[in-house]
Design a binder for this molecule. Structure first.
Ligand SMILES: C[S@@+](CC[C@H](N)C(=O)[O-])C[C@H]1O[C@@H](n2cnc3c(N)ncnc32)[C@H](O)[C@@H]1O
Length: 304
């Protein structure tokens, strides 16, 4: 990953905001999703969308009000998965807090606005946001530019997880290994190698006291065995690769129980795109996420 703020973090933030505004019965309310994205970034993204259109479509898009970027994001195949994963994670977080978990670690937090959106919930937690330094610096600056002070409940930890271990990153903070924690790792594993992904999972099992939980997304590794041009959401794969964030690896759904067990985690639940949609469709008009997208809930084993 280059040292620019993550373009995919900007896009997912805008998707959550658009879903909040346009879905008649949104699964997720994120009024901060677009405030955290600079207008100049939005213009750059609009230019990239326009550049991919043919001449006639571009001319049509430029007539009337400029909704090019909104239209692109609202119809993007990634949007349902982005919205559902955040809702799923915060539902699981709520359950975890009822069981007494009070540390929340967001790995690859991007522009997740939990601390701004849900101040009362956040105040009851100690929150650790871990992200690539370039993305995190931009986020902190943007929060300040929006006139917000950083809530004392949140601790920012800058780390490039391609080169740095989550254990050492957390060790530099006030994170308590002797207390249970809830970890979220949403939309990140696809950008890391299998080795870095397993290291992150192992780190969760190492740092999290028994009973700690992790919600994470992954892409079915079978997708990577195919020619990239045949990936079901190949348009997004190609787009993000062009912005310096290529999709690198996934997990085999048949092997996820074993992969987790090898590092000290127990699988609680694994939903593919279809099952994600089944769970949340009654609350929203969201389209189907790609079946190859998975969201999983895992727990740190007692014997670990
Ligand atoms: C698609 S965004 C997801 C952000 C957020 N979790 C969400 O759901 O909107 C991917 C995130 O992974 C982070 N990321 C990618 N590679 C990383 C790395 N090597 N080290 C740390 N963070 C990384 C990016 O900075 C970005 O915030």
């Amino acid at each position: 990953m280059e040292s620019l703020p993550s373009r995919t973090a900007l896009a997912t933030s805008l998707m959550r905001a658009l879903h909040s505004r346009f879905d008649p019965s949104p699964l997720f309310d994120d009024p901060w999703g677009d405030r955290l994205v600079l207008e100049s970034e939005r213009e750059r993204m609009t230019e990239r969308v326009l550049a991919r259109m043919d001449k006639d479509a571009r001319a049509r898009a430029l007539q009337g009000p400029n909704t090019v970027l909104d239209d692109f994001l609202l119809t993007n195949t990634a949007l349902p998965g982005v919205v559902i994963r955040s809702r799923y994670a915060e539902d699981a977080l709520r359950e975890a807090t009822i069981r007494g978990i009070s540390q929340y670690v967001l790995i690859g937090a991007g522009l997740d606005s939990f601390v701004l959106r849900r101040p009362a919930f956040s105040d009851a937690l100690t929150i650790f946001e871990i992200d690539h330094p370039a993305t995190q610096t931009m986020k902190i600056q943007r929060i300040k530019e929006c006139g917000m002070s950083l809530p004392p409940s949140v601790h920012f930890i800058a780390a490039d997880l391609a080169n740095e271990d989550l254990v050492s990153a957390l060790a530099c903070s006030s994170f308590r290994k002797d207390k249970k924690a809830f970890f979220s790792w949403l939309g990140v594993s696809v950008y890391l190698t299998r080795q870095a992904n397993l290291a992150t999972l192992r780190a969760v099992a190492t740092c999290g006291a028994p009973g700690s939980e992790l919600v994470f997304t992954y892409l079915d590794q079978a997708q990577f065995a195919q020619n990239r041009s045949q990936l079901p959401h190949n348009e997004n794969a190609n787009l993000v690769a062009q912005t310096g964030e290529p999709w690198i690896s996934g997990f085999h759904p048949d092997e996820i129980v074993n992969d987790l067990a090898c590092v000290g985690l127990e699988l609680v639940e694994d939903l593919d795109g279809k099952a994600m949609w089944e769970r949340y469709r009654r609350a929203s008009t969201l389209a189907h996420p790609p079946a190859s997208l998975h969201i999983a809930l895992a727990r740190v084993g007692k014997g670990h």
